[in-house]
Each structure stands twice: as structure tokens, then as C-alpha cells.
Design a protein around this ligand. Sequence first.
Ligand code: 5RP
Length: 277
Amino acid sequence: MKKHRNLSTSTSLSIAEMAKKAAASQAVADHLRPEHRWVGIGSGSTVVYVVQEIAKWDKTITDKMSFVSTGDQSRLLIEESGLRLGALSQMPKNTNLDVSFDGADEVDPDLNLIKGGGACLLQEKVVAVASQKFICVADYRKTSEGLCTKWTQGIPVEVLPCAATRVLDELKRLGSIDPSIRQGGSQKAGPVVTDNSMWIIDAPFAPLQPHSKRSSASPSSTGAWSAETLAERLIAIPGVMETGLFTGMVTKDSTKGSQKPVAVYLGLEDGGIKVLS
Ligand SMILES: O=C(CO)[C@H](O)[C@H](O)COP(=O)(O)O
């Protein structure tokens, strides 16, 4: 399971775990319906609590649902919880997942996200965009005024291995400070290989401007990228398969096909829950 970079004490971790669990419980209660048939399940430690909540439901209800994973971790989680694994390819044509639940590494006031701390961002984005409703579940440590403030290890970027060095050069040209290929550490020699056989580059940037606060999209005039503009520039680099910036406008009428969640459930330190939408 992924380690959190910004917190190290066991006390704060247990408070954080309680916060994640409470947020997951509320998010499932508010957004999963017995009539739902297709449910997306994200990746990371918070989503474990989401699946635990769903697994508490009466089996006669959940047996009618199919759960679509966002990678190997969530596939195993679904299977081990006794829920039925489904795939986007099995869904009726022109339909969407009823709802999907996923975590985040950082959330700004416009509900733009950084994801991919667990290296699952590509399938996570596919599932988010294939969902009628994408619900994000996180805890109090994850919010900031501008992305890259709390999650300082860099925006995760999934790349074709043979393009990695060229992508690193391009990222530096865009202002990334010392981007690097994520390494497996003591568990694996060499780069982390994703569920899609790609590599991850972590690209640190100076804190981004949220859409609502930005005065210009260009870093030359404001000193910072907007999340939307940077997302567009990163995905345009040849060899980049997907980025961990989940941005894009959500209108009140149509939430389909958005990378952004319609709501973020944040577990708080005092046991409460804050819903951003
Ligand atoms: O994007 C992700 C994995 O690629 C996770 O959702 C994100 O890293 C949050 O994880 P956690 O719930 O463990 O904090």
C-alpha cells in the first residue's frame, strides 16, 4: 500500500484512516443505489474502505451489480470482497457506469485533482470519464488552494518507456523542476512498471492556480500554470499516455464524460465529513 509522503506519525495516520473510512461510508450511502448495475472502483488505500462499505450491502443487491476496476489492486480488491468483476468491454453500447468511486492525492477548490500516486492513473481516468457520476473520496490532508502545493513529489505522468527521456526534456522545458522516472525502490530494481506496461514520470511543478483564482492561463504572466492549461500541454507531448491531472469543466446539467468528480467527500480530523461539489 502506498506510503503518504507528508505524514509520518502513527497518531496522525490513524486519524487519517478514520477520516478516510468515514468519508467512504458517507459517499457510498449518498451515491450508490440498489438499482445501479455498473460501478467503477478506483485505486489506493481510501478505496479499500469504499469497497468494504459496498461489501456490507445485502448480497441479493450487490450480486446484480458489476464492478469495474482501475488496475490490478482494485481488481483483486473486488474479487477478494466477493463482488462481481466486470469490464467496460462487457457494457451495453453507449452506456456509462452508473457511478464510480476513487481517491485523490490532491484536490483544489474547483475539484481539479492530482491522481496517480499509486501509478493507476490511466485506467482511473478511463473509468472516471466512462461514469455518469464520479465521486472522489479523500481526507483532510488532500485539499489545497492550488494543485502541487501538498502533493510535492510531482504530477504523475504515464509514459511509453522508449519515450521517457524525451518526455523528461519536454517536461523541463515546461518548467517542471527535476522530473524523474519513478523507481521501484527496495521492492523492485529499476522503474515502476504500470498495469499497462508503461513507466511513470513524477513531474514537480510550482503550485498551480485553480481555475476560479486564475488571471491568465500562461505561467509567464502569473508565475503559475492553470491546472487545465498544464493538463492540455502535458497530454500533447508525444509518448505521454496519460497524466495524473484530472481537470475539465463540469456543468450543472451534464456531468458525463468528465475527468473531474461531481463531489469530493473529505473525511475531517474531528470525525466530520465535508462535501465539496
Ligand atoms: O490515484 C491514485 C492511485 O493511482 C489514488 O487514488 C491516490 O493515490 C490516492 O490514494 P490513497 O487513497 O491511498 O491516498
